[in-house]
Design a protein around this ligand. Structure first.
Ligand SMILES: Cc1cc2nc3c(=O)[nH]c(=O)nc-3n(C[C@H](O)[C@H](O)[C@H](O)COP(=O)(O)O)c2cc1C
Length: 136
Protein backbone atom coordinates (compact mmCIF):
# COMPACT_ATOMS: atom_id res chain seq x y z
CA UNK A 1 0.00 0.00 0.00
CA UNK A 2 2.87 2.40 0.84
CA UNK A 3 4.34 1.90 -2.63
CA UNK A 4 0.99 2.56 -4.31
CA UNK A 5 0.61 5.82 -2.38
CA UNK A 6 4.23 6.79 -2.97
CA UNK A 7 4.23 6.19 -6.77
CA UNK A 8 4.20 9.46 -8.75
CA UNK A 9 5.14 10.29 -12.33
CA UNK A 10 8.76 11.44 -12.53
CA UNK A 11 9.99 13.00 -15.77
CA UNK A 12 13.44 14.34 -14.78
CA UNK A 13 16.42 12.28 -13.69
CA UNK A 14 19.90 12.75 -12.33
CA UNK A 15 22.74 12.35 -14.85
CA UNK A 16 23.78 8.74 -15.38
CA UNK A 17 26.53 7.48 -17.71
CA UNK A 18 24.52 5.11 -19.93
CA UNK A 19 25.64 6.53 -23.25
CA UNK A 20 25.20 3.43 -25.41
CA UNK A 21 21.41 3.53 -25.26
CA UNK A 22 21.21 7.31 -25.82
CA UNK A 23 20.66 7.11 -29.64
CA UNK A 24 17.61 4.81 -29.28
CA UNK A 25 16.19 6.89 -26.41
CA UNK A 26 16.45 10.01 -28.56
CA UNK A 27 14.49 8.27 -31.34
CA UNK A 28 11.87 6.96 -28.90
CA UNK A 29 11.34 10.49 -27.56
CA UNK A 30 9.90 11.40 -30.98
CA UNK A 31 7.39 8.53 -31.05
CA UNK A 32 4.70 10.60 -29.29
CA UNK A 33 4.25 14.34 -28.63
CA UNK A 34 4.18 13.51 -24.90
CA UNK A 35 7.35 11.41 -24.77
CA UNK A 36 10.02 14.10 -24.95
CA UNK A 37 11.39 13.27 -21.47
CA UNK A 38 12.67 9.89 -22.76
CA UNK A 39 15.58 11.69 -24.43
CA UNK A 40 16.90 12.68 -20.98
CA UNK A 41 16.26 9.37 -19.22
CA UNK A 42 19.18 7.10 -18.30
CA UNK A 43 17.18 4.03 -19.34
CA UNK A 44 13.69 2.99 -20.45
CA UNK A 45 11.58 -0.15 -20.51
CA UNK A 46 9.31 -0.59 -23.54
CA UNK A 47 6.32 -2.78 -22.72
CA UNK A 48 5.34 -4.87 -25.78
CA UNK A 49 2.74 -7.55 -26.38
CA UNK A 50 2.22 -10.43 -28.82
CA UNK A 51 -1.13 -11.41 -30.27
CA UNK A 52 -0.52 -14.94 -31.57
CA UNK A 53 -1.31 -18.00 -29.47
CA UNK A 54 -3.15 -16.13 -26.75
CA UNK A 55 -6.13 -17.65 -24.95
CA UNK A 56 -7.79 -14.26 -24.47
CA UNK A 57 -6.43 -11.93 -27.17
CA UNK A 58 -9.04 -9.28 -26.33
CA UNK A 59 -7.42 -8.80 -22.93
CA UNK A 60 -3.92 -8.15 -24.23
CA UNK A 61 -3.89 -4.39 -23.65
CA UNK A 62 -5.49 -4.79 -20.21
CA UNK A 63 -2.75 -7.28 -19.30
CA UNK A 64 -0.10 -4.89 -20.65
CA UNK A 65 -1.53 -2.07 -18.53
CA UNK A 66 -1.31 -4.23 -15.41
CA UNK A 67 2.30 -5.11 -16.26
CA UNK A 68 3.10 -1.43 -16.85
CA UNK A 69 1.68 -0.38 -13.48
CA UNK A 70 3.54 -3.23 -11.74
CA UNK A 71 6.82 -2.08 -13.32
CA UNK A 72 6.13 1.48 -12.12
CA UNK A 73 5.46 0.21 -8.60
CA UNK A 74 8.71 -1.81 -8.67
CA UNK A 75 10.59 1.32 -9.83
CA UNK A 76 9.06 3.26 -6.93
CA UNK A 77 9.91 0.47 -4.49
CA UNK A 78 13.55 0.61 -5.62
CA UNK A 79 13.63 4.31 -4.75
CA UNK A 80 13.76 5.33 -8.43
CA UNK A 81 11.39 7.52 -10.45
CA UNK A 82 9.62 6.81 -13.76
CA UNK A 83 6.55 7.59 -15.82
CA UNK A 84 4.06 5.74 -18.05
CA UNK A 85 4.19 7.13 -21.57
CA UNK A 86 1.17 5.94 -23.53
CA UNK A 87 1.87 4.39 -26.95
CA UNK A 88 -1.04 1.95 -27.56
CA UNK A 89 -3.74 2.22 -28.75
CA UNK A 90 -2.54 5.16 -30.90
CA UNK A 91 -1.54 3.36 -34.12
CA UNK A 92 0.81 6.08 -35.35
CA UNK A 93 2.82 5.99 -32.10
CA UNK A 94 2.83 2.17 -32.08
CA UNK A 95 4.18 2.02 -35.62
CA UNK A 96 6.96 4.49 -34.82
CA UNK A 97 8.17 2.53 -31.78
CA UNK A 98 7.86 -0.81 -33.58
CA UNK A 99 9.99 0.54 -36.42
CA UNK A 100 12.67 1.98 -34.10
CA UNK A 101 12.95 -1.30 -32.18
CA UNK A 102 12.52 -3.55 -35.25
CA UNK A 103 9.67 -5.39 -33.54
CA UNK A 104 8.23 -8.34 -35.45
CA UNK A 105 4.99 -10.02 -34.38
CA UNK A 106 4.97 -7.77 -31.31
CA UNK A 107 3.22 -4.49 -30.58
CA UNK A 108 4.44 -1.52 -28.57
CA UNK A 109 2.23 -0.67 -25.61
CA UNK A 110 4.04 1.86 -23.41
CA UNK A 111 7.43 3.38 -22.71
CA UNK A 112 8.63 3.69 -19.13
CA UNK A 113 11.69 5.93 -18.80
CA UNK A 114 13.14 5.73 -15.31
CA UNK A 115 16.19 6.39 -13.20
CA UNK A 116 17.55 8.06 -10.10
CA UNK A 117 15.67 11.21 -9.24
CA UNK A 118 15.79 13.70 -6.41
CA UNK A 119 12.21 14.81 -7.07
CA UNK A 120 9.81 14.17 -4.21
CA UNK A 121 6.12 14.63 -4.85
CA UNK A 122 3.23 14.35 -2.43
CA UNK A 123 0.90 11.36 -2.91
CA UNK A 124 -1.64 12.04 -5.66
CA UNK A 125 -4.76 11.37 -3.60
CA UNK A 126 -7.78 11.28 -5.92
CA UNK A 127 -10.02 9.40 -3.50
CA UNK A 128 -13.48 10.93 -3.41
CA UNK A 129 -15.97 9.21 -1.14
CA UNK A 130 -18.87 10.70 -3.16
CA UNK A 131 -17.84 8.72 -6.24
CA UNK A 132 -18.14 5.37 -4.43
CA UNK A 133 -21.43 3.47 -4.55
CA UNK A 134 -21.83 1.01 -1.68
CA UNK A 135 -24.28 -1.92 -2.15
CA UNK A 136 -25.49 -3.63 0.99
C1 LIG B 1 -2.48 5.32 -19.96
C2 LIG B 1 -1.54 6.41 -19.53
C3 LIG B 1 -0.82 7.10 -20.48
C4 LIG B 1 0.05 8.14 -20.11
N1 LIG B 1 0.78 8.79 -21.07
C5 LIG B 1 1.63 9.78 -20.72
C6 LIG B 1 2.42 10.44 -21.71
O1 LIG B 1 2.34 10.13 -22.91
N2 LIG B 1 3.27 11.41 -21.30
C7 LIG B 1 3.41 11.77 -19.97
O2 LIG B 1 4.22 12.65 -19.69
N3 LIG B 1 2.68 11.15 -19.00
C8 LIG B 1 1.81 10.18 -19.33
N4 LIG B 1 1.08 9.51 -18.37
C9 LIG B 1 1.28 9.87 -16.94
C10 LIG B 1 0.11 10.73 -16.44
O3 LIG B 1 0.25 12.05 -16.97
C11 LIG B 1 0.14 10.74 -14.89
O4 LIG B 1 -0.02 9.42 -14.45
C12 LIG B 1 -0.95 11.62 -14.33
O5 LIG B 1 -0.68 12.96 -14.62
C13 LIG B 1 -1.11 11.47 -12.81
O6 LIG B 1 0.09 11.80 -12.14
P1 LIG B 1 0.84 10.75 -11.17
O7 LIG B 1 1.24 9.55 -12.02
O8 LIG B 1 2.03 11.49 -10.64
O9 LIG B 1 -0.12 10.35 -10.10
C14 LIG B 1 0.20 8.48 -18.72
C15 LIG B 1 -0.53 7.77 -17.76
C16 LIG B 1 -1.38 6.74 -18.15
C17 LIG B 1 -2.14 5.97 -17.09
Amino acid sequence: MDTILKRRSVRKWLNQPVEEEKAILEELSNSSPYAKCVAHAPVAVVVVYRTDGLRFPGCVQIDSAIATENILLAITDLGLGGVWLGIAPEEERMEKVEKILHLENKHAFAIIPFGCSDITLDPNDKYDEERITWYK
